[in-house]
Design a protein around this ligand. Sequence first.
Ligand SMILES: Cc1cc2nc3c(=O)[nH]c(=O)nc-3n(C[C@H](O)[C@H](O)[C@H](O)COP(=O)(O)OP(=O)(O)OC[C@H]3O[C@@H](n4cnc5c(N)ncnc54)[C@H](O)[C@@H]3O)c2cc1C
Length: 292
Amino acid sequence: MPGLEDFAEFVKVNEPLAPHTYFKLGGPADFLAQPRSRAELAAVVKRCYQDGIALHVLGGGCNVLVREEGVRGAVLRLSEPAFTEIRVTDRRVNAGTGATLSAVISSAARHGLAGFESLVGIPGNVGGALRCNAGDRSGEIGQYVRSVEVMDERGEVYTRQRDELRFADRTSNLDDPVILGAEFELDPDDAEAIVKRMRRAWIQRKASQPLTFQAAGRIFKNPRGLNAAQLIEQAGMVKTRVGGAEVSDRNANFIVAHAGATPRDVRRLIDLVRTRVKERFSVDLELEIAVW
Ligand SMILES: Cc1cc2nc3c(=O)[nH]c(=O)nc-3n(C[C@H](O)[C@H](O)[C@H](O)COP(=O)(O)OP(=O)(O)OC[C@H]3O[C@@H](n4cnc5c(N)ncnc54)[C@H](O)[C@@H]3O)c2cc1C
């Protein structure tokens, strides 16, 4: 198999991915690339394309379940300072893909800029949040985007403007190989009022999601007009367990990984939930998390 030996300074071989995901499960990547500059990123992306090496991008790892066998090809992590910068100018916030959502929310609040409050408590990074249009019924990241910088498989950088972008329920048309960052436009507001709304959002999210457990985000998409968590509850699946994986009692669309859980446990529980919901309601649940 062709490799990425030329990039040994920032590419690790056979590197465990579990520590980089919220489930903390799964095997290694053939290559874990953590470039320190855009030039290094472009070089490794281009090489993967030329040599036919599969390329995956990992953000905060909140929406990814890695199998026992791990991932063939290269996994990119954009966590070095070149990718995590946050700049605030007037009403605009520019954030690098690897910046955590929480850092971006705090920066905006410190500058008296409102809009991101409802995202408080959502883990992950800017790149993942953009691709998955992170948010909830009270607001989504996509509504504040002015433009997004992306890289194609040849390492070329482009800017996609607002009018080319589509954001919908936990999804977007940002299917470019690498999201590099975005410019957001927010509304000036009283800093105290922003902080109050942030506190309220945090309390609500903490009460409705297993934030302190080893879990990924919502497992299934909401079927059109329906709520996956309610279907799973009504199918009697709350607290159902396979090995160390359990359907959360805080939100039935979350799976919690207890000590000793394996990726297989999680996948078998996913299959079981799907089967029960299909039997009971004739609804096919589609995965929202990515299984690598
Ligand atoms: C306890 C818990 C609660 C959550 N609550 C919510 C919630 O209320 N609302 C909500 O919307 N989400 C929620 N999530 C899900 C998750 O936090 C968000 O979807 C988050 O935005 C995902 O970001 P990430 O950086 O972890 O992405 P990852 O999980 O690392 O990646 C998600 C997808 O995006 C792709 N990707 C990531 N970065 C890039 C990049 N730079 N370029 C190209 N592709 C990229 C990955 O390849 C993958 O396909 C929750 C998760 C957890 C664990």
